[in-house]
Design a binder for this molecule. Sequence first.
Ligand SMILES: [Zn+2]
Length: 340
Amino acid sequence: MIKHEDRSIKKKKRRKALQIILGLIMIWGMLNLCITLIFSGLIPHRYASAQEGREIMLSNTEYYDNMTQNDFDFRMRKSGATKEEFLEASRESVSDFNFIDKWYLNSRLARMALHFKLKGYDIPEVEKIVFIKADMELESGASGYTHGTQIYLSDDLVTIYALMNIIPGFSEYMDKLLYHELFHCLTRSNPQFRTDMYSLIHFTVTDKEYELPPCVLERYISNPDVEHHNSYATFLIDGEPIDCYTACITTKSYAEAQSGFMSNDATALVPVDGTDIYYTSEQASNFDEVFGTNTGYVTDPEECMADNFAYAMLYGMKGKDGKGYPNPEIIQGIIDYLKQ
Ligand SMILES: [Zn+2]
């Protein structure tokens, strides 16, 4: 009799606990729904269908016209690849977002917009962002990239993150990616913002677009996130100060490397005076002082600052896990700028 009563009390307790858990999940779901509906539109964006995405992608003709043989070889993973082959493969790489993808991305964008509001950050205006879903095989397995205010996201990545969203903290990588790509969109929409951000890592933006010399062009890898070579910093080469801009190159040809360009890339420091020469990052004794070492992605000030922006937004001055930064002044500069 007593045992039976015990079992009945235990059963009731279990049922109550289950009801509380279900109630909390429902409240969490409703809260998530409200945040997404209210805030996601504050970062203006839309999603392109596969067909529209292909058209938008192929409309970036200036970018494709300036690509090098090295670009085509590494992206198509064969020597002697042609632009036509690359464009056809690019066209085929685009796919449709499904409902879950869109809802997931909207929920992440809403959190970003809410974060800006709660922190009092005045984010510069951005032209409407168009998200395009694509296979990243041609971009050496990158997670995403941009053209103008078009953000291309890895199809596999979006699907995995959208499905695993219920795991707390799982979306940190996606959030970093979205902040990084948003930074590129912000610099395109606001040239002054770009100038001010680059100055935090000692780069000066000029009116002059530098022309890559032959020795760089031979190994040059185009990066859709880097639209300009018009900013320089002073690097110490053998103790001598030389004003250089940066260019991403591969250390080998595709025939020698036989791999994606990301496992062979390097930062070339190219003198602004047009001399047909480049220096490696190791040759510049102040390379780390110029870029800082918060991120290792230092092929261009645009990429370095996109990562720093993402860290500033995700982790604030405390840094990831409260560990701070090797160069907190860069993060502080970003935060101060957005709070002006
Ligand atoms: Zn980037």
